[in-house]
Structure formats: structure tokens, C-alpha cells
Write a protein that binds this ligand. Structure first.
Ligand SMILES: [Zn+2]
Length: 183
């Protein structure tokens, strides 16, 4: 699938420069600096998204030093890799569908950095909306990862509606802080 290759290529592109180069503040054209580390994005969302884009989350298919079941923690059907866990998993798909309905994230966003860029570009000129979409994508990455961990490590059942509404609530809380008059 091409988007999987894209993600790998993109991640390797950043790897090539090294972590420090990727986050150094004097390179404003860098993707991470331009889109991820923003004042309005809560640090926990930015940090998880950044780790995800760098292939640094302990996703099962990346764990080779211990023998574990590599099936997706959420659906227990497919193999757990970044692309599956965050996009093609039946659980994640339903969460994105809810978010695309509620927040208006551009559909077919199967590449996190691409989705962030596209939503940023699509709504240029209407800054609050653009901010909201980018924020919603990063909040989703954070909460999908959190839902997965709660299930995998603590046996907390994953619930599409609970995860979706938590994301929406978080998005509104942040937006209200920055745009108290948005209504
Ligand atoms: Zn799955």
C-alpha cells in the first residue's frame, strides 16, 4: 500500500537528519517545527504524534527483542503496525469516521503527516478551523495510542464512542481556550 511506503520513506528521511536536526528550532521549514510543535497543540498530543511519525512508539511489529504475539491489540485480527493501528484497524477507522463527521477532517487521510499538512492547507484563511483539524488529528493519535495501551496493558475494554467523544471533548477544550468567543 503506497501510504505505508510513504510513511516509511518520510520517517527515514527524518532519521537521516537525526532527531536533533528534526526538532531544532532554527529550521522553520521542517515539518515537525511547522506543524507539530505549535503553541496551541498540547504537548502530550504533539509528543505522541512526533514519536509516531518517527517510528518510535513501541508498536508490536517493531518489538523484536522479546517473543510476543504481534496481533493488533485493538482488533486482534491483523498484525500490529503503525499503519494498521492508527488507520486501517476497524476500531481506528470508526473513530476517524466519527471525527471526520464531527470536526470535518479531510477524508482519506491515511498518512498522518500528509493529513496534518492537507488539513492545514485546505482551511488556510480560516485559521480556527484549520487549527481544529490539525489538533483533532494529533489528539486522535494520542487517544488511539492511549486506548490501545489501556487495553493491552490493563485490560480496559476499548470503546469507539468513548474514545471518539474524549477526542472531541479535548479538541473543544483547547479551542475554547484559544477562541473563547467561537461559540
Ligand atoms: Zn486492529
Amino acid at each position: 500500500m503506497h501510504y505505508q511506503v510513504d510513511l516509511v520513506e518520510w520517517t527515514e528521511g527524518l532519521e537521516h537528519f537525526g532527531v536533533y536536526e528534526a526538532i531544532r528550532p532554527h529550521n522553520p521549514s521542517n515539518f515537525a517545527m511547522r506543524f507539530i510543535w505549535k503553541r496551541f497543540i498540547p504537548l502530550k498530543f504533539a509528543f505522541t504524534t512526533w514519536l509516531c511519525l518517527h517510528g518510535r512508539l513501541p508498536i508490536k511489529n517493531a518489538i523484536n527483542f522479546i517473543d510476543i504475539d504481534k496481533k493488533c491489540s485493538l482488533c486482534e485480527v491483523a498484525m500490529e503496525n503503525i499503519n494498521h493501528l492508527f488507520f486501517t484497524c476497524t476500531f481506528s477507522k470508526q473513530v476517524w469516521e466519527n471525527l471526520s463527521k464531527w470536526v470535518g477532517i479531510t477524508r482519506n487521510t491515511f498518512l498522518i503527516n500528509g493529513a496534518i499538512k492537507r488539513n492545514h492547507r485546505d482551511s488556510r484563511g480560516t485559521r480556527p478551523r484549520s487549527k481544529m483539524c490539525v489538533l483533532a488529528i494529533m489528539a486522535s493519535v494520542f487517544h488511539l495510542w492511549r486506548t490501545r495501551n489501556a487495553l493491552y496493558y490493563d485490560n480496559v475494554a476499548a470503546d469507539v464512542n468513548r474514545t471518539s467523544t474524549t477526542i472531541l471533548k479535548n479538541v473543544y477544550q483547547v479551542m475554547y481556550k484559544f477562541y473563547p468567543n467561537m461559540g
